[in-house]
Design a protein around this ligand. Structure first.
Ligand SMILES: [Zn+2]
Ligand SMILES: [Zn+2]
Length: 125
């Protein structure tokens, strides 16, 4: 048994504005237990999210309060996955910006918070 709930390997894409080429195109998102990589389908620019810490919370973090120090949009999406806590197969609600990510189970409201550092390739000027 794992003691730490982890994100399994997830692969999906989301149409969003690319931080590099600024086109509204598919961003391919790959989430692994240790980091996440977002790659632009148009220009190939990559954003890497290195997971620094993980915690379980009572509620979602306040993404509005963090807006001032944010360069990128907040992303919201759902991913069909098995909840670590209640073991139901549900659409886990994921909210993330470049500092923090929250995964909430709509069935039991189990909330996981991931803090990460982000770097991009190519670097933003
Ligand atoms: Zn791009
Ligand atoms: Zn659950």
């Amino acid at each position: 048994m794992e003691n730490t709930p982890r994100i399994a390997d997830w692969d999906f894409s989301k149409v969003s504005t690319c931080f590099h080429c600024r086109k509204n195109v598919a961003q391919n998102i790959k989430i692994t237990p240790n980091d996440s990589i977002v790659t632009c389908a148009n220009c190939g620019a990559e954003r890497h999210y290195i997971i620094r810490s993980f915690s379980v919370a009572d509620s979602k973090p306040d993404f509005e309060a963090a807006a001032v120090r944010r360069k990128y949009d907040v992303w919201k999406f759902t991913k069909q996955a098995k909840c670590f806590n209640c073991a139901k197969e549900t659409g886990q609600e994921i909210t993330m910006d470049e500092h923090i990510g929250a995964v909430v189970c709509p069935s039991c409201l189990f909330t996981r918070i991931y803090k990460f550092s982000v770097y991009s390739r190519p670097e933003l000027k």
